[in-house]
Design a protein around this ligand. Structure first.
Ligand code: NAD
Length: 453
């Protein structure tokens, strides 16, 4: 691990990555590499958890291609020095912020969108002029292998290297003195990463998880709500960090809501045999999820099949905040429905959880939207839809508190891998004597007059 880092640091110090055309060449190379090998990527992820070509393209590859295109189109303007006004006591001078790459970056990926969560931060890091060591999640082994094979076969290891492995390898990587660590994964491991980074004061971005609520109010468009909610929840079999974790529905529409959601699930005919439903990633997660389904609270679904790591899209009703499914992030195809009499009380209950990565409100009322969004602290969200906000790269994507530190995508991604270096460029033809010795009361008076405080 030390050698990989040393090789990249030596290369970074040559200053080659400061050149915008060098960065664009790396982005072009990655774009071509992925496009030329799409079939390998589809085959690997299907072997890992039966994720279809359709889902892999729409929820992974298209986002990476978009990020590459966006970075290429905007790199010059993102990287340009930002002019700032100069304060009077520095006059005559000009001031600006220079965007410097941080150096050698470690990116640690999660398993649920293995390509997107590995390559999207890598695109941002390369665009900002860094070198990258990427450690994808080891759980989807075939996707990890294919990423290593493709990247290490095409890229100079001085610039971009994939290192495979699990906890021991990641622990060894985390002991190195990187210039930046970008981590996607659980809050629990996020704390381990943050502690390791603290030893060398390494800046971190932590993209973590949490329990993202969806509020369904009585004035929502119920049919559209059910359609969008079912898609967002059961995409990737619920193994999505920004999936609605649980629903809070106004009691007066609870029954209609449950019927509408059920009808929508039936319409979708989820089955990984017809390639629209993925497997649970491993046996441990299958067992963890199965234990969250109490028979007497199943409104719809509930079927499981261990040999296929299959859990049917499941709706739980009569749920309280004490149920097992409300004690941790679900991260699977189980949707608990909690009804409320009073929205304010429901908001108070949500506030008892650590800050979520997302929150959603399905409503036609702007006062309800404002109430929920102004009261709760969470990473980002949507009104009348869920999950799709991740596709708008003009919006920084990230959590707050327990759901993360920092953000990326688009220009936020560029900034996340840059240091904003502040510079004042001074003229030499004038120097006011005020700050120099001998200090006097008249000079102090002039200073006060200048500062206007
Ligand atoms: P995880 O924390 O178990 O693993 C993430 C990475 O950390 C993997 O690469 C793994 O090898 C490494 N790792 C695991 N244990 C470690 C340890 N003890 N020391 C050092 N490294 C270790 O997370 P996961 O199961 O891959 O992903 C699920 C979690 O990630 C969920 O909580 C989900 O909400 C979150 N997530 C967040 C985002 C986001 O963008 N905010 C995206 C996807 C997933």
């Amino acid at each position: 691990m030390e050698t990989h880092l040393a090789i990249q640091r030596t290369f970074f110090n040559t200053q080659a990555t400061k050149d915008i055309s060098f960065r664009i060449a790396q982005l072009d190379k990655l774009n071509k590499l992925l496009k030329d090998n799409e079939q390998l990527l589809y085959d690997a992820i299907y072997k890992d958890f039966k994720k279809s070509e359709f889902d892999t393209y729409t929820s992974e590859l298209s986002l990476i291609y978009h990020d590459i295109k966006d970075a290429k189109n905007n790199l010059k303007s993102w990287a340009r020095n930002e002019r700032k006004p100069t304060n009077i006591i520095n006059w005559p001078a000009s001031s600006y912020v220079q965007k410097d790459p941080l150096g050698v970056c470690l990116i640690i990926g999660a398993w649920n969108y293995p390509y997107q969560l590995s390559f999207a931060p890598a695109v941002a890091a390369l665009a900002a002029g860094n070198t990258v060591i990427l450690k994808p999640s080891e759980l989807p082994l075939n996707t990890s292998n294919v990423m290593a094979k493709l990247v290490n076969g095409a890229f100079n290891p001085e610039i971009f290297k994939v290192v495979e492995g699990g906890v021991p390898e990641t622990t060894e990587l985390l002991a190195q003195n990187f210039d930046k660590i970008f981590f996607t994964g659980s809050t629990k491991v996020g704390k381990i990463v943050y502690q390791a980074a603290a030893k060398n004061l390494i800046p971190v971005t932590l993209e973590l998880g949490g329990k993202s609520p969806a509020f369904i109010t009585k004035d929502c468009n119920l049919k559209m709500t059910a359609k969008r909610l079912v898609w967002a929840k059961f995409l990737n079999a619920g193994q999505t960090c920004i999936a609605p974790d649980y629903v809070l529905v106004d009691k007066c529409i609870e029954n209609e809501f449950l019927q509408a959601v059920t009808a929508e699930i039936e319409k979708e005919q989820f089955s990984f045999h017809n390639h629209n439903y993925v497997q649970i990633i491993n046996n441990a997660n299958f067992e963890r999820l199965k234990a969250m389904i109490p028979d007497q609270k199943v409104f719809f679904g509930g079927e499981t099949k261990a040999s296929d790591r299959y859990i049917a899209p499941t709706i739980l009703h009569n749920i309280t905040f004490e149920d097992a499914c409300m004690q941790e992030e679900i991260f699977g195809p189980i949707l608990p429905v909690i009804s409320y009499d009073n929205l304010d009380d429901a908001i108070v209950e949500v506030q008892k959880f650590p800050k979520a990565l997302s929150a959603y409100v399905f409503t036609s009322s702007s006062s309800i939207r404002k109430k929920v969004f102004n009261t709760l602290s969470f990473g980002g969200g949507m009104v009348n839809d869920a999950v799709m906000h991740i596709t708008n790269s003009n919006l920084p994507f990230g959590g707050v508190g327990n759901s993360g530190i920092g953000s990326y995508h688009g220009e936020a991604g560029f900034n996340c891998f840059s240091h904003r270096k502040s510079i004042i460029k001074k003229g030499t033809w004038l120097e006011l004597p005020l700050k120099y010795f001998p200090h006097s009361s008249s000079r102090l008076k002039w200073i006060k007059r200048f500062l206007k405080l």
